[in-house]
Design a binder for this molecule. Structure first.
Ligand code: SAM
Ligand code: SF4
Length: 447
């Protein structure tokens, strides 16, 4: 979501005549897009602001803006920081060009956030128009684009700040989404990723018809030029689940990957998290997914050290990870977020050291599973959408044969590393896998 917002803001500024730079030294204005999901992300923003404070001492005209969830959460408090000129919430990004221009003209200190964040927004197309106008291909990864199909979240998991900073859940009109994808396909985009906090809960009713995610997947599949379609993040719920699985099984363009966070393997903790399912109901969804879509890769999210998590609760999470056989897992230490139910009602009583140990232990369990699953790709030839040069500069130099190290992903979201011409970025390639590690497949380009 944040990457998409950054891209939208960047292309809106560019279209307005600004030039983008990655260097603070060259910049007249610095915008920091922020995340509030964990405290650590917010601390990093404060440390960036500390750095910018020094730069501003010698260049007082430098404009500093904080945009995104932290802007929405802290509002005025952020604006009180002398370094900050613009505070702009996620719902106000269509105003960003005006805000930056005004600040550069010397009209300092503007706060633009949603006053009543949980109020369902009136029918207003400003955000939609902004996304459609500036929703372009990912500049870092050629041939790929992200499309938001839903905004906000109504789920209120007890630990989570998202409903308070991204507002009420709203599904965008299917017509607008499909038009946006057609435009992207016309610009050479091959893979689209549909985004929503609970993307599988997408629901849009017009007249007699209610559209769900499976309908979007089917309509997007009909678009010429689009070859792969992904969607993240899914919520473990039965609603529309079979329809979506059927779309995955029958539509060849829909990637064989499901990100379905469980968060915990203990029913007691799941209840305290307000997740609305039990561990066995969750595992049943995984069984259904595997039965419907052969070879599907599943990824999970877990929070360790949630208030009240005992040794036994954590063991239940370890057991779930073993049963689930995820391709990979994102594991986080519980971070209390102000304003959430967990923070207000439950004591953050798992010591930091225990959270750290549980995080490492769970990662180790998952790594072993990931290694085993990766190994199944050995000697196989996989189709990869090439993203570009590997991030390791010593490996991505063009050698004598002009074959630097490239990175791509399979339909099941496996990362594949191989040597090949740089011009393959944004194209599909066939790669024979020669070696594997937990998270990466290494191979050779097939001819
Ligand atoms: N909507 C998605 C979902 O329900 O899975 C993702 C939301 S959140 C941005 C991404 C992940 O961050 C969550 O799946 C959860 O594991 C983690 N997370 C959210 N709030 C957290 C908190 N207070 N402390 C630690 N991790 C948190
Ligand atoms: Fe947060 Fe839960 Fe909504 Fe995901 S579903 S964004 S974890 S409240």
């Amino acid at each position: 979501m944040n990457k998409l917002d950054t891209a939208l803001v960047g292309s809106a500024l560019k279209a307005a005549g600004f030039e983008l730079t990655g260097s603070v030294k060259e910049a007249d204005a610095v915008l920091i897009n922020t995340c509030s999901v964990r405290e650590h992300a917010e601390q990093r923003v404060f440390s960036h602001l500390g750095h910018l404070k020094h730069i501003k001492e010698s260049r007082p005209a430098l404009v500093v803006g904080v945009i995104g969830c932290m802007a929405q959460r802290l509002g005025k408090q952020l604006l009180e920081d002398k370094t900050v000129d613009i505070v702009c919430g996620p719902g106000q990004i269509p105003q960003i060009v005006t805000l930056v221009r005004e600040a550069l003209d010397g009209n300092k200190k503007t706060l633009s956030i949603t006053e009543k964040i949980r109020q369902k927004p009136d029918e207003d197309n400003t955000l939609d128009d902004f996304e459609s106008a500036y929703g372009i291909e990912d500049k870092e990864i050629p041939g790929q684009a992200f499309i938001r199909v839903m905004r906000g979240c109504d789920k209120f998991c007890s630990y989570c700040v998202v409903p308070y900073v991204r507002g009420a859940e709203v599904s965008r009109q299917p017509k607008v989404i499909i038009e946006q994808i057609k435009k992207l396909a016309g610009n050479g985009v091959k893979q689209v990723t549909l985004l929503g906090q609970r993307v599988n809960a997408y629901r849009y009713t017009t007249g007699e018809k209610t559209y769900c995610l499976a309908d979007l997947l089917s309509m997007a599949s009909d678009i010429k030029g689009i070859e792969w379609i992904r969607f993240v993040t899914s919520y473990p719920s039965k609603e529309f689940f079979d329809e979506i699985l059927e779309a995955m099984a029958t539509l060849s363009k829909v990637c064989n990957y499901l990100h379905l966070p469980a968060q915990s393997g203990s029913d007691k903790i799941l209840h305290a998290m307000n997740r609305g399912y039990t561990c066995s109901e969750y595992l049943e969804l995984l069984d259904r997914a595997r039965a419907a879509a052969a070879g599907i890769a599943i990824a999970g999210d877990f929070i360790v050290g949630f208030p009240g998590e005992t040794k036994e609760d954590f063991q239940a999470t370890v057991d779930l990870v073993k049963k689930a056989r995820y391709k990979n897992c994102f594991i986080f230490k519980y971070s209390p977020r102000p304003g959430t139910n967990a923070d207000e009602k439950l004591k953050d009583n798992v010591p930091a050291e225990i959270k750290r140990k549980r995080n490492i232990e769970l990662l180790d369990v998952q790594n072993e599973i990931s290694e085993k699953l990766s190994r199944q790709s050995l000697k196989k030839t996989v189709r990869v959408l090439v993203e570009g040069l590997s991030k390791k500069p010593h490996l991505n130099q063009a050698g004598s044969e002009n074959k630097p190290q490239l990175v791509g992903r399979t339909t099941a979201d496996y990362i594949v590393v191989f040597n090949g011409p740089k011009a393959l970025a944004g194209q599909f390639a066939e790669v024979k896998i020669k070696r594997t590690s937990a998270l990466t497949l290494f191979g050779e380009l097939s001819h």
